[in-house]
Design a protein around this ligand. Structure first.
Ligand code: KG4
Ligand code: ZN
Length: 351
């Protein structure tokens, strides 16, 4: 089984072909990613209109390249999958309409993929993980702790009440004059800094529900930065180190609470702790989550870095998971800017 996957929810135009053998083992035949970072960096964030235009200009070429690198034609794939949400509506319309057109022309099934489910299921491609597992999804747009029970069957245990984790990294970077996207910049600076110089809060620490709140931490950092301005290179490094240490403490605490809640709500322990989304690339965070998982007798599964951020592989793989269960979509399926995991359609019988 082979599926073509298209990802255009944010600022990456990505297309991939993924195959799956009879035992359910997946392999990546191609993985094309075109980042728009250069077009957005001058604005310190993603500009939706620029993103949509860049997707429309690049997508046909990216589809052709992904097929040719996979050594196949459109006729050789078994389905076309595209991210249909959540995300920026302009990009979603371009990706989904392209997928519909390809599916119509090649007479292949269409699969409208939820971008969050695609992040959630990547660990099954990379590690052949069995359900159920606990997922920490942390990206520029999303921060969620989810019990992944099956395809289309996800229970959200916690989320952020304000900024997403990646968004907080990006905003802190902007405030300190660092480049966009901020996560990798803040991590690089933090490695040189003293995490204890500035006393920053740990919002939500110890709360009984595994939710997040990042805006207070961001404000506290801004106040500290204003106190010592103009900022030297050491100030920037120390502020980044303090911020990252606070985030790591918060994520560790919230994930610990989610593990407890998982046991209560799902009835048995998870098969693993999975970290996904761009923020899961953060080394300090991975280390802390690894320790937490180890302490709970679990394995930490974090996809390789190129599969942490947005990519077409995760969309194609989710297409495969859904196709195997007969879950395809018709041509009327809409693009959805907002599409919570809880609103996904689950298969009638679990896999
Ligand atoms: O999953 P992703 O590529 O795109 C979506 O937002 O869906 O995540 C991008 C986010 C950005 O906010 C970026 O700053 C953050 O992930 N990020 C990081 C790191 N690398 C990327 N945050 C912290 N540390 C990193 N090393
Ligand atoms: Zn994403």
């Amino acid at each position: 089984m082979r599926v073509l996957g298209i990802e255009t929810t944010c600022d990456e135009t990505a297309v991939a072909v993924v195959a799956c053998d009879e035992e359910g083992r997946g392999s990546i035949l191609s993985n094309e990613v075109l980042s728009q970072i250069a077009q957005h960096s001058a604005y310190g964030g993603v500009v939706p209109e620029i993103a949509a235009r860049a997707h429309v200009e690049a997508l046909d070429r990216m589809v052709a390249r992904a097929l040719s690198k996979a050594g196949c034609g459109l006729g050789d794939v078994d389905a076309i999958a595209a991210a249909a949400g959540p995300g920026l509506i302009g990009g979603l319309l371009i990706g989904l309409t392209t997928a519909k057109t390809l599916a119509l022309v090649a007479r292949k099934p269409l699969i409208a993929v939820n971008h969050l489910e695609a992040h959630a299921l990547t660990a099954r491609l990379t590690d052949r993980l069995a359900f159920p597992y606990l997922l920490l999804l942390a990206s520029g747009g999303h921060t969620q702790l989810v019990a992944v029970r099956g395809v289309g069957d996800h229970l959200r245990l916690g989320t952020t009440i304000d900024d997403a984790l990646g968004e907080a990294f990006d905003k802190v970077a902007k405030l300190l004059g660092l480049a966009y996207p901020g996560g990798p910049e803040v991590e690089r600076e933090a490695a040189k800094g003293n995490p204890e110089r500035f006393a920053l809060p740990r919002p939500m620490l110890g709360r009984p529900k595994p939710d997040f709140s990042l805006s207070g931490l961001k404000t506290a950092l801004r106040i500290e930065a204003e106190k010592v301005a103009p900022l030297t290179a050491t100030d920037v490094a120390d502020l980044c180190a303090g911020f990252q240490a606070a985030v790591v403490d918060v994520v560790e605490d919230r994930t610990r609470v989610a593990l407890r809640e998982f046991q209560e709500k799902v009835g048995h322990p998870p098969t693993a702790l999975v970290a996904a989304g761009g923020v899961a690339a953060n080394g300090a965070l991975r280390d802390a989550l690894g320790r937490l998982a180890g302490g709970a007798g679990l394995r930490l599964v974090a996809p390789p870095l190129e599969l942490c951020g947005d990519n077409g592989v995760m969309i194609a793989w989710t297409g495969i998971e859904r196709l195997r269960l007969g879950l395809t979509d018709d041509m009327t399926v809409p693009a959805r800017a907002r599409w919570p995991l809880a609103e996904l359609e689950a298969p009638p019988v679990g896999p």
